[in-house]
Design a protein around this ligand. Sequence first.
Ligand code: FES
Length: 110
Amino acid sequence: MKNRTEEHRERLDAHVFVCTNDRDSEYASCGTAGAEETVTAVKSWLRERDAFWTAVSVSETSCLGLCSEDGTAMTIQPRNTWYSDVTPETVPELLESAFGPDAERTDEKR
Ligand code: FES
């Protein structure tokens, strides 16, 4: 086992987790509420600002416990901020408020 905390902390300021969970049931899930399009929008917004996988990582994740039929759940760590009902249309506003218009604000308090 290697403890790589310091190495990762030096590189990474935030990690965005986007729920893409899909469940075959009557209950709402992000997978059926446009999660694939939302995670694509998140990656594109960061990539356009050269922040994707440099200062900000993005991972798809399973259920975050914020299921909704109206959009996708997301969390930004280690900021401990949580969102639901995110759509591709609301991604720019959300990420701009979190990271600034040019994704320059990546060093908020952990
Ligand atoms: S299925 Fe996405 S938060 Fe539950």
